[in-house]
Design a binder for this molecule. Structure first.
Ligand code: ADP
Ligand code: ZN
Ligand code: MG
Length: 482
């Protein structure tokens, strides 16, 4: 029997707004513990929340970038549960009327494809517990410390439909989503600091026509590697159980990075356990058309759109993918070169190849720092195309331009790299080479064509790379009567 894995991801993204979701405290938690707090985010009785408009803007931008529609009257709900670092005993979240619904994300690469988005909704972060003593886990701790600086930091949760079919696709989705959020500039997107966290819902079924199996939710992975490993492990665990005729228990599991396994924890709450109800302190939002339209207008070009634009220029998908996520300054260099008339495929190859190599070699961090502009690159490519520079000479010219030695022409002239354009000079070089290897020339003239390469090499050496190898080759063939 062939088992099919079904995966749906829930992703929390911390928004990099200046203030928290419902109060004016700074939304930063690198300050000394419990210094960015107030009655609202400490959950003191009687404190009243006021929504952060900029956070709503950003949630809408994420939703719109994910091709969702905006709900005209989204509602804030209370999601009730107790946790020591949740002082209100509820989280303000959203239930049946989230800010955005029904979109999709096109994931690039070999493991890509379209993943439908179910909803994009507002949430707020909890405080942070540190368990002291024992092994750092709550069960063995002597005492726990609470820091509420993170309490109330705006979060957005992005929920997919169960469209993902493998661990590598889950990873690819996570990476694409991170690129998108990064392009929007609405979050720090630093996974290692927890500004993006993934929960993975995994089930397995006997073939793609079978109904969905019982799912298990794996909580809180904060690296692409853990996401992929955890999902792969869980697929294999469930498949093995089902193959033995056992059933899957619906539960929440945790990923143990060191042991490389998921472990069962609490049984999964159903949404009714949370006793969701509309927060009486907050009225439904009124998102009119013009507000949503304004957010749509603010969207920059997204990585997937950029990828297809590059592909439409004739660049192959893999290269378009690399270029679309290249450093901002590299992309700008590419765009400017093309605008200055350079051929897109060549420009892309040079930017992601030679330019990156030269930056690395010279220890520079960006083409801007290296004073390389798009028009320079366009000019350089034209010189190669027009036979003024060999490829290897062009690499040297590039290095010179990036080192601030001047324009491509100036560097080529100063370093004496321009190809020989004067036919009589080239003929003289060819004749001199042929004359100094009479035996080989006789063999060539007798039809041993593989010697052409040898003679071209000699001509290149004699001219220190400045001969055009094509012209040299045809001259050599003429002389040998081939
Ligand atoms: P819950 O009630 O547990 O929150 P939802 O139906 O809201 O479940 O779905 C939560 C996430 O789980 C979504 O990303 C959804 O795509 C995914 N999901 C739902 N059913 C399955 C399933 N059978 N297998 C894998 N993922 C699933
Ligand atoms: Zn506060
Ligand atoms: Mg749900």
């Amino acid at each position: 029997m062939s088992w099919e894995a079904v995966i749906g991801l829930e992703t929390h993204v911390e928004l990099s707004t200046r203030s928290k979701m419902f109060c004016g405290c700074p939304a930063r938690f690198d300050a000394p513990p419990n210094t960015n707090v107030c009655p609202v985010c400490l959950g003191l009785p009687g404190a009243l929340p006021v929504p952060n408009r900029e956070a709503i803007n950003r949630i809408m931008q994420i939703g719109l970038a994910l091709n969702c529609s905006v709900t005209p009257g989204p509602v804030f709900h209370r999601k009730n549960y107790f946790y020591a670092d949740l002082p209100k005993n509820y989280q303000i979240s959203q239930f049946d009327l989230p800010v955005c619904v029904d979109g999709y994300l096109d994931v690039g690469g070999d493991h890509g494809g379209r993943v439908r988005i179910e909803r994009v909704h507002q949430e707020e972060d909890t405080g942070k517990s540190t368990h002291v003593g024992g092994d750092g886990r709550i069960t063995a701790a002597e005492y726990s410390l609470l820091d509420f600086n993170r309490s109330g930091v705006p979060l957005v949760e992005i929920v997919t439909r169960p469209d993902i079919r493998s661990a590598s696709q889950a990873r690819a989705y996570g990476q694409e989503l991170r690129l998108l959020v990064e392009a929007l500039g609405v979050s720090d997107v630093r996974l290692e600091e927890g500004s993006i966290r993934f929960d993975a819902n995994v089930s397995v079924r006997p073939g793609s026509d079978a109904p969905l199996g019982t799912k298990v939710e794996i909580k809180n992975m904060n690296s692409f590697r853990s996401l992929e490993r955890a999902v792969a492990y869980e697929i294999q665990r469930q498949t093995a159980r089902l193959a033995m005729g056992e059933s899957i228990v619906m539960e929440t599991r945790h990923w143990d990075e060191e042991a490389g396994v998921t472990r069962g924890g609490r049984t999964k709450e159903g949404s009714s356990d949370y006793r969701y109800f509309p927060d009486p302190d907050l009225v439904p939002m009124d998102i009119d058309r013009s507000w949503a339209d304004e957010m749509a207008r603010l969207l920059p070009e997204l990585p997937s759109q950029r990828r297809s634009r590059y592909e439409s220029m004739g660049i192959d998908p893999a290269q378009a993918g690399t270029l679309a996520v290249a450093d901002h300054s590299l992309r700008e260099l590419f765009e400017e070169a093309v605008q200055a008339g350079a051929e897109p495929v060549q420009s892309g190859n040079w930017v992601t190849g030679e330019v990156v190599a030269e930056l690395r070699r010279s220890g520079q961090s960006s083409p801007e720092g290296a004073r390389l502009r798009g028009p320079d690159l366009a000019r350089l490519l034209k010189m190669v195309e027009g036979g003024e520079l060999s490829r290897s000479a062009a690499r040297e010219v590039l290095a010179g331009v990036m080192a601030g030695e001047g324009s491509p022409e100036e560097v080529a002239t100063a370093r004496d790299l321009l190809q020989i354009s004067d036919t009589s000079v080239l003929e003289a070089a060819v004749d001199a080479v042929l004359a100094s290897h009479p035996a080989e020339f006789d063999r060539l003239a007798a039809g041993e064509r593989k010697l052409i390469g040898f003679f071209v090499g000699q001509v290149m050496r004699r001219t220190r790379g400045k001969a055009d190898p094509k012209r040299a080759s045809s001259l050599i063939r003429d002389r040998a009567g081939l």
